[in-house]
Structure formats: C-alpha cells, structure tokens
Design a protein around this ligand. Structure first.
Ligand code: NAD
Length: 293
C-alpha cells in the first residue's frame, strides 16, 4: 500500500497482545481501526484506553469461529468508517491439550481449527468481496507462526497444523488475487523471531462453550513460567520479541507489499533450511524440536 493514513484497518484478536499492538501502531499511522475479539470485557477496556489516548479506534465483540459474527464485524466496520482497507486475521489460540496427541480431545482440534484456521477463512470470505468491490488498494494479513508455518513442535499438533494451514491459505489467496488482477495484497505473518509474552499461553480464557473441554484436565495448563522452565531445561536461550517490534514489521511489510512478513533470524532460517533439506533429501525428520526457541 502506498499509504496507511486515512485508511481503515480491522484486527481480530485485538483485545490484547499482538492484535492490540498492531491496532495502536495503525492508529499511530493515521488509520481508523476496528479491534475485534471474543473476550468482550478486555476488548472494551483496551478500546477505552486507546480512545483516551486519542486513537480513532472502535471495538466489535466478535467470535471468528462463527461466520455470521465475522459478517457482523464487516458490517459494523462499514457502517462506522464506510470502507475497509487492511484486514488482519490475527485471532489465535494454543489449544493446551494434555497428554500425547492420540489422547487429545477432538474438541481441542475443533477449537484450534475453528479459531486459527476457519477464523482466517471467515475473514477472507467476509471481507475480500467488499474490498474487491471498492476497487482500491487493500491488504489481508494472516497471522501464522514459526511453529507450524516453518516447522512443527510435535507437542502442539493442533497449533502447528492450523498455523501451517494459514501459510497455504494465504499463498492460495495471493495467487488468486494476482490472477484476477486485483489491487489487493496478501501477507503471512510470522511473529518473532522470539516468542511474544502475550495471553497466548493462557488461551483457555477465550475457550467458548461450543468447544468446551470434554473431560476435566488431569494436569495444570502450561503457563509462561512453565514454558520458560521447559526451555531452560532444554538449554534454549529465553528471549522475547516485543509486540511493538512485530507491529512495526507489519507496517513496513504493508508499505513494501511483502508477502512474507518474516523477521530474519539465523535460528529461524536454520529451522526452515533443516526441514526443507529433509524433504529434498528424503531423510526422516531429525529437525523436530521439543520446545520453542
Ligand atoms: N505469542 C507468541 O509467541 C506467538 C508466536 C507466533 C504466532 N503468534 C500468533 O499471534 C497471534 C496473536 O496472538 P498473541 O500472542 O497476541 O496472543 P493473545 O492471546 O494475547 O491474543 C490473541 C487474541 O485472540 C482472541 N481470540 C481467541 N479466540 C477468539 C475467537 N474465537 N474470536 C475472536 N478472538 C479470539 C483472544 O481473546 C486474544 O485476545 C495469534 O494468531 C498467535 O497464534 C503468537
């Protein structure tokens, strides 16, 4: 996009974490912003704080697993701001399943597929037709993850599989937008290079009744502290990327029309190379990691 000023952005998963950071960065660039989230109260608090700080931001409670809810988000955006130029399909969850994957509940899968994958599909179906009709510049940014998007962590099959799907969906979207000669761009975002200290590790907070756990947990959910202990035990350096840094990467990527919003890091590039090398050389996966980082 040539400019963001005066344009309208929609960010799902905008109550906190990376979604909020993108919304604030967009508002700082002179955009009108719609933050959407399934957690209505944190969303209302975030929107109130942003508006207090003078940002042109509204909030629309939205469940991205529900297509009618995403259509209502689109309609609310159009009625508030009259157009939509940037859509960040960013809402995401870590399923927090326990045990081995053959013990995981089917609802762990359905929930992750509903939010991480169908949330992106719903965003595309609801917004792209109106964006094409506008016949103006625009961009769709879909949030993937190095976990799945680059190579999977076997401990998180639902997350890794759905984040891999986000990459493929976005590549197909890019290809089709090119084929129809549209003015819209598409990008896949890999937040990082390190993990972000956000609500993602407490995703159980946003688990809706539709995808409720089928049986009580036997073990406590992993916390950020628990994850840090696992990383330490595996000898992995614990480092965090500030969400503001990722939001900056997104703005730069939008202005430069970059498909891969993928921060450069030797570690990330090596993970990608190791997996690609295994596929090319038909060797069994020796690149699989036990913990992030
Ligand atoms: N935290 C990391 O290290 C990391 C790394 C790579 C990718 N990501 C991805 O970045 C994105 C943002 O995550 P984050 O780290 O800011 O975590 P976060 O938990 O702080 O933000 C995610 C938001 O999505 C919302 N959400 C969950 N289910 C929803 C639904 N059904 N409908 C609407 N909103 C819903 C949550 O309420 C939450 O506010 C996610 O897609 C995540 O997978 C995060």
């Amino acid at each position: 996009m040539r400019t963001l000023e005066g344009r309208v952005a929609v960010v799902t998963g905008g109550a906190g974490g990376l979604g909020r950071a993108m919304g604030e960065r967009f508002a700082g660039a002179g955009m009108k912003v719609v933050l959407a989230d399934v957690q209505a109260e944190p969303l209302a608090r975030t929107v109130a704080e942003c508006r207090e700080a003078g940002m042109d931001i509204i909030g629309v409670p939205t469940d991205v697993t529900n297509y009618a809810s995403v259509e209502a988000l689109r309609d609310a955006t159009l009625s508030a701001f009259g157009a939509v130029h940037v859509v960040c399909n960013n809402a995401g969850i870590g399923a927090g399943a326990e045990g081995r994957m053959w013990e995981h509940e089917l609802n762990d899968w359905k929930w992750a597929i509903g939010v991480n994958m169908m949330g992106v599909v719903h965003g595309i179906n609801a917004f792209v037709p109106v964006m094409l009709e506008q016949d103006d510049e625009g961009h769709i940014v879909n949030t993937s993850s190095g976990n799945g998007g680059v190579s999977p962590l076997p401990s998180t099959p639902q997350y890794a599989a759905t984040k891999a799907a986000v990459v493929t969906i976005t590549e197909c979207l890019y290809g089709q937008l090119q084929e129809v000669g549209s003015k819209l761009g598409a990008s896949v975002l890999f937040p990082g290079p390190h993990i972000l200290r956000t609500g993602l590790f407490e995703s159980w907070r946003s688990r809706t009744d539709e995808f409720a756990k089928e049986r009580p947990r036997k073990t406590p959910y992993t916390t950020v502290e628990g994850l840090e202990a696992q990383m330490k035990a595996a000898g992995v350096n614990i480092a965090y990327t500030p969400v503001e840094e990722v939001a900056e990467l997104v703005v730069a990527g939008l202005l430069a029309n970059e498909f891969w919003m993928h921060p450069r890091s030797e570690r990330g590039d090596n993970q990608l190379l190791a997996r690609t090398d295994s596929i090319l050389n038909r060797t069994n996966p020796a690149y699989l990691r036990a913990v992030p980082g």
